[in-house]
Ligand binder design. Sequence first.
Ligand SMILES: CC(C)(COP(=O)(O)OP(=O)(O)OC[C@H]1O[C@@H](n2cnc3c(N)ncnc32)[C@H](O)[C@@H]1OP(=O)(O)O)[C@@H](O)C(=O)NCCC(=O)NCCS
Length: 198
Amino acid sequence: MHEKTPPQLRGHLVTLRPFQKLTEFDFYWSLVSHPETRRYLGFAPHTILEELHFLDARTAAANAMVMTVNNCADGEPKPVGTISLDNIDIVNGRAELSRIIIVPECRGKGYARDACATLCQYAFSASLKLRLIYACVLDPNQAGRGQLESVGFNCRATLPEWDRVGSLYVDEHVLILRRDDFDASRLFNPQKQKNRTA
Ligand SMILES: CC(C)(COP(=O)(O)OP(=O)(O)OC[C@H]1O[C@@H](n2cnc3c(N)ncnc32)[C@H](O)[C@@H]1OP(=O)(O)O)[C@@H](O)C(=O)NCCC(=O)NCCS
């Protein structure tokens, strides 16, 4: 876990806290093993044991932050998803935003956008001082791409036939958000509540 991982990051709708393997792994596994989600994760471990090793490596890494997304609307934090910052590269001032997953029953409420915006704000702040964040999304994943674009990410490259989804090879898009283009104040409208299902 990155030495500068904060104990908590507060967004408008959600709070991000460092992933706790002992108490949160079952929740995390239910997110990543969901068939509709797994097909869009690209490379992903296939068994619980592989996922545990994969997570251990990432949570121990000095250049990664794995966070649980909590909804605190009723006082008690309730986990609703996960989000990570990987490959944090202080020298080059960049990191990868990855594994943004919200539980299916909580989608369409703005949680992913708020979690992304909150983590990006932290990454661009004096704490990490990054200058850009990138994210990769597979072509058929309209919701994944849409939520990144809603935070201000722009597609800057496309890797043709990069990953397999089912029996097809699909393109992967690389989206980038630069610190200078990030405008947290325009991202959130508290009146807006939708119920779109992903
Ligand atoms: C992608 C995902 C994280 C979005 O979570 P969410 O909480 O439902 O997203 P939000 O409610 O914050 O939506 C933010 C924006 O994303 C876009 N979006 C969300 N769901 C969408 C959908 N089904 N189709 C198209 N665009 C969508 C919209 O632009 C939306 O803004 P709007 O409400 O103003 O129109 C969620 O669908 C998910 O967990 N999918 C499976 C995992 C995944 O594919 N993760 C990304 C790759 S790692």
